[in-house]
Ligand binder design. Structure first.
Ligand code: KG4
Ligand code: ZN
Length: 364
């Protein structure tokens, strides 16, 4: 079964064709990052206009690339999948409308996909030429712990069976990616902050660091909404601590003159990484999991990968991480997960609406 996926939830316009949930036959991602750089973050109106301008081209390219594969000689598109949440409303609408039009035009079902759940599908994707038998498949890893870590989410998810999701921990305020991006803005490193901080921290190393707060919420605070404090993080205190430190040291210029920026950056990243590693370890200790699945843009962070590999090894679980090209937003993850989801047809398909605050587990 070949599914064409469409993704427009934030600042990437993407389309892909995936066979049987795993084999990526085409994958096109147009990133809008350069358009948002001058503003230091994603501007929803600019994002939605750029999606409108690019969506046809991106979908056509994904179809053209699919047509070049051997599969297309004897097979066709069997369904269209699309992200319907969570994300920016005006951005999601562009993808959803394009997907409805295409599904109607091709006379195939529509499959509505949760973006965060799709990030957790990325380690199962295989490219042309990959030996799929060497890549874990969804059935092999039950029960699994999922960690969706991106610009919008930092969420620990219990997955007793593939396709069943329950949030067991999360950030109470900023997502990890947001914490990286805000720090980079404060330190005038540019947007998006995660990759820049990763690179600087790596060059500096992880010795002699400044002690920043570890982001552990207090037991019983109402923001936990019933979730255990040892599975939740709060990054707002860390951000404030960074701001105070910079002010106390006389500002960004003064830190630069003293050659201290790199140490500050490495220390800040380490506080995020250790907070995430600590909560992941607590979650892994609660249940006998077979695997830890990590997805989302922040899973590209080299230090996070290194530290979480150690955590997984110490808890004797298999660590599943996507190839770098599938860590950030893409449509292959949408088309891939769709294979395991319900088809919507006729009126039901045309009535699907975007859900900007869609929760994990609230699957259509
Ligand atoms: O998953 P994604 O592409 O979009 C969302 O769904 O949010 O994630 C984007 C986020 C941004 O906040 C970006 O700074 C962060 O992922 N990111 C990183 C790295 N690469 C991207 N954060 C830390 N280290 C990286 N290497
Ligand atoms: Zn994402």
């Amino acid at each position: 079964m070949n599914i064409l996926g469409i993704e427009t939830s934030c600042d990437e316009t993407a389309a892909a064709v995936v066979k049987d949930g795993r084999r990526v036959l085409s994958n096109v991602v147009y990133t809008q990052i350069p358009l948002h750089v001058p503003y230091g973050g994603v501007v929803p109106e600019i994002a939605s206009r750029a999606h409108v301008e690019k969506i046809r081209e991106v979908m056509s390219k994904a179809m053209d690339d699919f047509k070049k594969t051997d599969y297309c000689q004897r097979e066709k598109i069997d369904a269209v999948a699309v992200t319907y949440g969570p994300g920016l409303s005006p951005a999601l609408i562009v993808g959803l409308n394009a997907a409805k039009g295409l599904a109607k035009g091709l006379n195939v079902p529509l499959i509505a996909i949760n973006h965060i759940e799709a990030h957790l599908h990325t380690p199962f994707l295989a490219d042309e030429g990959d030996d799929i038998t060497t890549i874990a498949s969804p059935g092999d890893i039950e029960p699994a712990l999922g960690l969706a870590i991106s610009g919008g989410h930092t969420t620990w998810i219990d997955m007793p069976k593939y396709g069943t999701y329950e949030i067991i921990g999360q950030t109470l305020d900023d997502a990890a990616g947001e914490a990286f991006d805000k720090a980079a803005k404060l330190l005038e490193l540019g947007y998006p902050g995660g990759p820049k901080i990763d690179k600087i921290a790596k060059a500096h190393g992880f010795e002699n660091l400044i002690r920043f707060p570890k982001g552990r919420p207090r037991d019983g605070v109402s923001a936990l909404a019933g979730l255990p404090a040892d599975l939740c993080v709060s990054f707002s205190g860390l951000k404030t601590a960074l701001l105070r430190y910079v002010q106390q040291e006389g500002g960004v210029r003064s830190l630069e003159e003293k050659g201290e920026i790199e140490r500050v950056v490495a220390s800040y990243q380490e506080a995020i990484v250790q907070a995430v590693a600590d909560r992941t370890k607590s979650a892994l200790k609660r249940k006998s999991y077979k695997a830890l699945i990590i997805g989302g843009g922040v899973s590209l962070n080299s230090r996070l990968r290194e530290v979480l590999s150690r955590v997984a090894a110490s808890q004797k679980v298999k660590l599943l991480m996507a190839k770098p090209k599938y860590c950030g937003d893409n449509a292959a993850m949408i088309a891939g997960l769709a294979y395991y989801r319900h088809n919507l047809t006729g009126n039901e398909a045309m009535m699907v609406d975007v859900k900007p605050s869609l929760e994990v587990g609230e699957t259509k």
